[in-house]
Design a protein around this ligand. Structure first.
Ligand SMILES: [Cu+2]
Length: 65
């Protein structure tokens, strides 16, 4: 499981775009969001580096917690 901090994730629209980004990498990914702490837990086959760079490409700065 990868735990990422995404400070700019603040509402449901961020949530759904992040979900799309992650599922675009691995369609079977499982993602848990916590909007209050801006943390996401991702279970998927992609590496942390892949996830972080894909998110960054779409404007979401992310870092491993
Ligand atoms: Cu949003």
């Amino acid at each position: 499981m990868t735990k990422l901090s995404v400070p700019e994730m603040s509402c449901n629209c961020c949530k759904s775009s992040i979900e799309k980004i992650v599922k675009g990498i691995d369609a079977s990914a499982r993602i848990e969001f916590d909007l209050e702490t801006h943390l996401i837990n991702i279970e998927c086959n992609a590496s942390e580096v892949t996830l972080i760079s894909a998110l960054k490409e779409k404007g979401y700065e992310a870092s491993v917690v």
